[in-house]
Structure formats: structure tokens, C-alpha cells
Design a protein around this ligand. Structure first.
Ligand code: GDP
Ligand code: MG
Length: 175
């Protein structure tokens, strides 16, 4: 899309959160509309891009993926440098991945720009029978911390597009 248009802005967005919550699949869903059933853990891809038009501006979203460095404090500050937005992902079926969200927010506050826009994402919303994190818990945390929030499924695509667009619109509002 927009192959011949000029780019008005490049927005760097980082995707963070515990291992196996679906970060790479959310990114593939948004960038390529793909879900890869036999994906191994991330193999060295640094970022993917997708160009979208928001309020008449052509915006290239450059979305960075952690390359298996999700251990606490293993993501380096270079990863966060220049990031205008963050997708902070947990797995609605894994309570621990939600309990760790506060740590990831601390990481962002320590390493990213103060004005970074943060979207909390509860992924794997298709696995309704395995839910371990009530939506209300996440809503409360997000309101408390001033984060945007959405539940998504990279598997069936639910809310992935709208979550990225909301984040990009919010960044665009500030530039
Ligand atoms: P990452 O380590 O956070 O990058 O996680 P991956 O994107 O590699 O996904 C980890 C596992 O969760 C893989 O087996 C994916 O197929 C699976 N997965 C990712 N997103 C979803 C989702 O929305 N629904 C379901 N059911 N499985 C998912
Ligand atoms: Mg990954």
C-alpha cells in the first residue's frame, strides 16, 4: 500500500512483554496479515514495517521485535531509543505474564522517552476457555498507569488492526 506516496513520518514502535505471549505473531498479523503456525522463537528479525495513512499523513510504522531477549532487564536501552510507541503484550491465559507487566512498564519508564505512548495488549483472546486474567484487572491497571488497552488475537486477527491504529493515531496526535 502507498508504494508511490511520500512518507510524512516514520514512527518507531517497540513490542515488549514476556516470552511466548505472541509478540512476533501480533507483529506479523499487523505487518503482513499472516499467522505462522509453526513459528520457532524469534530468529533475529529486527523490525517489520507497514505504511498507513492517518489523518491525511502517510506514516511508516517501523515496529521492532525482541529477538528472544525477553528475560528481565535483558532488553537493551538501544532497543527503546527513539521509540514513540510501545505495545506491551501479555497472554490472557498466563497470569504470570500479566503479573510481569508492571516490570515492563518500569523498564519503559527507565529507558524510553517520557512521552512514549503505551498500549497494553492482552493477547490470545481466542482462548476463552483458558482465560486466567479477567479483563477488569487489566482495565484497572491500564487506567492506573495511564496506558491504552486492548485484548487481541493474533490467531484470528481480532483487534490487532484497531490496536495498532489507535497507538499510531495517538502518536500522530502528538507530533
Ligand atoms: P513471542 O515469544 O512473544 O514472540 O510469542 P510468539 O509470537 O512466538 O507466539 C508464541 C506462541 O503462541 C506460538 O505458539 C504462537 O503460535 C502462539 N500464539 C501467538 N498468538 C496467539 C493467539 O492470538 N492465539 C493463540 N491461540 N495462540 C497464539
Ligand atoms: Mg518473538
Amino acid at each position: 500500500e502507498n508504494g508511490h506516496e511520500k512518507i510524512d513520518y516514520v514512527f518507531k514502535v517497540v513490542v515488549i512483554g514476556d516470552s511466548a505471549v505472541g509478540k512476533t505473531q501480533i507483529l506479523s498479523r499487523f505487518a503482513k496479515n499472516e499467522f505462522c503456525f509453526d513459528s520457532k522463537s524469534t530468529i533475529g528479525v529486527e523490525f517489520q514495517t507497514r505504511t498507513v495513512t492517518i489523518n491525511g499523513k502517510v506514516i511508516k510504522a517501523q515496529i521492532w521485535d525482541t529477538a528472544g531477549q525477553e528475560r528481565y532487564r535483558a532488553v537493551t536501552s538501544a532497543y527503546y531509543r527513539g521509540a514513540l510507541g510501545a505495545m506491551l503484550v501479555y497472554d490472557i491465559t498466563k497470569r504470570q505474564s500479566f503479573d510481569h507487566v508492571a516490570r515492563w512498564v518500569e523498564e519503559l519508564r527507565a529507558h524510553a522517552d517520557n512521552s512514549i505512548v503505551i498500549m497494553l495488549i492482552g493477547n490470545k483472546a481466542d482462548l476463552v476457555d483458558l482465560r486466567a486474567v479477567p479483563t477488569e484487572d487489566a482495565v484497572e491497571f491500564a487506567e492506573d498507569q495511564g496506558l491504552f488497552f486492548s485484548e487481541t488475537s493474533a490467531l484470528n486477527g481480532e483487534n490487532v488492526e484497531s490496536a495498532f491504529f489507535q497507538l499510531l493515531e495517538e502518536i500522530n496526535r502528538a507530533v
